[in-house]
Design a protein around this ligand. Sequence first.
Ligand code: FAD
Length: 381
Amino acid sequence: MDFALPPHVEEYRDTVRRIIAENVTPEMIDRQHESGTFNSYELNRAMAEAGLLERAVPGLGKGDPIELWVLFHELEKSQAPYDSISVALMIAGVINAVGTEEQKALIIPSILTGEALVCMGYSEPDYGSDVASIVTRAVKDGDEWVINGAKMWTTMAHEAKWLILLTRTNPDVPKHKGLTMFILPMDTPGITVEPVPTMGTEKTNATFYDNVRVGDEWVLGQVDEGWRVMGVALAFERGVMGGTSVATPLLRHFHDWAAHVGLANDPLVRERMARVAIDAEVSKLLTQRCAWIAASGGLPGLEGSMAKVFATESYQKASRWFQQMAGPRGLLQFHEPDAAADGWIEYDARHSPVTTIYGGTSEINRNNIAERHLGLPKARR
Ligand SMILES: Cc1cc2nc3c(=O)[nH]c(=O)nc-3n(C[C@H](O)[C@H](O)[C@H](O)COP(=O)(O)OP(=O)(O)OC[C@H]3O[C@@H](n4cnc5c(N)ncnc54)[C@H](O)[C@@H]3O)c2cc1C
């Protein structure tokens, strides 16, 4: 593992920092919390024009996963609305890895402009962790597939141009073997979207599929090979862009507020801040390791689970500690007078638990580590 950034990546990081300094404003950050939509087309366009998006797509040949990690690490530290573009770039990487030439030519350029977002339709009302059991059906009818079912937590479905959709195409084989992934335009007839608010602020959606008819050209990867496509997507989601630097800005906000109100010299407060800083550094290094593995031709499935569990649980612990130390002021929200750290502590206390759920819960990631790394017996079949 080489932690040093090569000169061209340092140059890339400098450009990322410049674009953030020029474009990310307090109003932009405010807008994401008011709307619950973690996206800014303005910022996406600025990053696209500077060539940052093109370089960050895994495997596209113009950059590597180290650049992808650098981009999201910097965006996360600045608290920019980046979640939606990160999913879009990750899916561009998946299309690049397993898509047809037609899909690559049609979809990837639209994502690289920063205008076209992608939502992920994996989870269903009854199947989230056990996603291999999903029941949304795609049935062949002549030259077409007919898709019927419902998905839950289809984040950004209300804005996205594209949808990556996991379906069951063969119910008569072991569950992991009868799945097929589609990539579809969101305006395909038969798709409807219903909003779902969450405690962590981010707006998500339930999506419904009513006799959605599409041709073979929208199958992503091979028929009945959807589980393999999921594996590629999840390795990037957990490993390289897993929301693993969120505690860093929280620490900054808490530190500034503690100094302002005279708490920063309290030994317990200092000890907790030091621990949060150490955990944030470990989270960063675990994530950088994933990026390095991906850049060296590997797939950081196991290491991604390790980074995600450690970083998201440390973030949740930090937000609880800071809320306890802030007392009642830690319960006040953005724009309320006297809110500790301008409301960030209250926000992070609501948002941090959610990060231990999406992209695979901590329990599921622990099972992954236990089974694949420690050789312990399987938790489920
Ligand atoms: C804000 C938000 C955004 C999301 N965005 C998306 C999205 O864009 N696209 C998408 O497809 N999904 C999305 N998800 C869904 C997310 O991936 C699932 O919520 C997650 O995988 C858990 O599934 P579940 O909610 O069905 O919980 P369940 O699977 O029902 O789990 C409930 C509890 O049981 C535990 N558990 C389950 N199975 C096991 C086991 N085998 N061993 C030990 N413990 C277990 C879990 O850890 C959890 O604590 C999002 C979720 C949230 C909250």
